[in-house]
Ligand binder design. Structure first.
Ligand SMILES: C[S@@+](CC[C@H](N)C(=O)[O-])C[C@H]1O[C@@H](n2cnc3c(N)ncnc32)[C@H](O)[C@@H]1O
Length: 221
């Protein structure tokens, strides 16, 4: 028993990976490749991927919306968990990053199930709303530029069905949200305000998990 969540050091993280994560060989290859990338820390942790895959099974997710693709690990993980019945809409602005993603999606045989839009995510979200896709997604994952999280959240609340889930990543920002310092970037105060706004939002039921850099889960009422 413990009254607080224990810190996970490198040794324990390796153990967690060993006993708690099952990956498709292409997931492993992508994770190992991304570890060598200059922006490697942007990828979700493998245990977060495992959690999302579990959530897919729990909810019976068929339609997945991802905001923030990077080299494609989270989208690949969810696409594999959904299987042939699943489809993904993926949003990112970077051709460089998503070219890597597409390559690994192709290797895993899920490329055709992922519609990737390489443009600002707000445009893609508006396009989906204009296209009458409100309420059509089972799961949304917000993992892109932090100052836009409130906009992404409002759009996802419309796009996800009642009972569907919105997962939000990096809500701790390495712990800086507790007490933002003057030298911190605007994203820290923005995340602090966003986190505070969710607690009493009557439209959702929420739970914050201290997994990765902190992940909030919100079920749409
Ligand atoms: C933290 S990474 C995503 C990590 C990914 N979910 C994974 O597990 O590997 C954030 C991504 O958001 C993208 N991004 C940043 N600003 C964006 C914007 N305005 N619209 C769309 N994508 C954006 C970046 O190009 C980057 O690939």
């Amino acid at each position: 028993m413990t009254r607080t969540t224990i810190a996970v050091d490198d040794r324990l993280a390796a153990y967690l990976l060993q006993i708690g994560v099952t990956e498709h060989p292409v997931q492993t290859a992508l994770r190992e490749f991304t570890a060598t990338h200059r922006m490697a820390k942007m990828q979700i942790s493998p245990e977060q991927g495992q959690f999302l895959a579990w959530l897919v099974k729990l909810l019976g997710v068929r339609r997945y919306l991802e905001i923030g693709v990077f080299t494609g690990y989270s989208a690949l993980t969810v696409a594999l968990a959904m299987g042939e019945q699943g489809s993904t809409v993926a949003c990112d602005m970077s051709t460089e990053f998503t070219t890597i993603a597409r390559d690994y999606w192709r290797q895993a045989g899920v490329e055709d199930s992922i519609a990737l839009y390489v443009q600002p995510a707000v445009q893609t979200l508006q396009m989906l709303l204009d296209d009458g896709q409100a309420g059509s997604f089972d799961l949304a994952f917000i993992d892109a530029d932090k100052t836009s999280y409130p906009q992404y959240y409002e759009a996802c609340l419309q796009l996800v069905r009642p009972g569907g889930v919105i997962a939000v990543d990096n809500i701790f920002l390495g712990g800086r949200v507790v007490e933002p310092q003057p030298e911190d970037p605007p994203s820290v105060r923005a995340m602090q305000a966003f986190n505070a706004s969710l607690k009493h939002d009557p439209r959702v039921v929420m739970s914050v998990l201290p997994i990765g850099d902190g992940m909030t889960l919100l079920t749409r009422r």
